[in-house]
Design a protein around this ligand. Sequence first.
Ligand code: AMP
Length: 334
Amino acid sequence: MKSYRIATLGSHSALQILKGAKDEGFETIAICEKGRVQPYEHFKVADRIIELDSMKDLPKVVKDLKKENAIIIPHATFINVFDQKVIEKLDINYFGNRKILNWEADREKQREWLKKAGLTLPKIFKNPEDIDGPVIIKFFGARGGKGFFLAKSAEEFYKKIEEHHGTKYIIQEYVVGAPMYIHYFYSAINDEVEVMSFDKRYESNVDSIGRIAAKDQLDLGLDTSYNITGNVPVVVRESLLPEIFKMGEGVISASKKLEKHGLIGPFSLETVITPELKFYVFEISARIVAGTNPFINGSPYTALRYKEPMSTGRRIAREIKNAIEKNQLDKVLL
Ligand code: AMP
């Protein structure tokens, strides 16, 4: 085990991933953009820092990383910086199943996956003329919700879409309820889905609009935006847990039908729970999400299951450690 190192790009959930790896006894490498090194130095999570002019230069240091027996842990920044095809070809140990990324990146394929998993999804409107209630317009690519807007008629949609000329979007039914982001971990070694934690997001400006009176909101002509600035931990109503386990297990068994070996490691379902306590799932992230960051020291759920503080980042390192000990690394690096 001592011969392996855990590496990740210095952004998103790297502090958690690297700290978790150190707690499990691995040496760690942070790959940072010039000028963005300070957090990784200051919090002492990296045994080595590689500085690049741009994240896009990662392929230039892949040989070096391979020599050090580095295992790269993907997160949203990694997936945004590199095309699917580049990731598939990177000659490096990669935690998880790269093939599943295809199913996350394409919104149509994502829907197919979630439906196969037996989940309830918000309706999609192909034709703006069909809008018959509140909808949210989302742009492609994980841009963190920036610019997403609401509409309730075709007329309003056309007016608001003008300033986003040429950008790819979808029109989705807006489900009024409580947002709940569920963090899971699927262990390919134990063949088990674990519930790690929950969060909700802290978004600008939507989470501050309620601080001013409705009249002022109208007078100021405010539009909502959903640009993410942070994450807030949540503990879920306990009676919802059986359903939550069932949803996670459905996602894993569907993933195995879509792609050999299916999804491996952490994933998240983005949901809204209606007043009738029905889950609408509007997105899946097939990797660690930043919503796990409040739980570097473990969550209430990992505290039930583990003796030590178990973050999702540490759980990844634990999985790699278990795989090494059982000589089953090929089950988790795909
Ligand atoms: P996303 O970037 O897809 O996670 O969405 C950004 C924000 O929009 C989050 O705060 C979600 O809670 C909210 N949201 C996204 N889709 C829906 C939906 N279909 N109904 C209600 N809220 C949504």
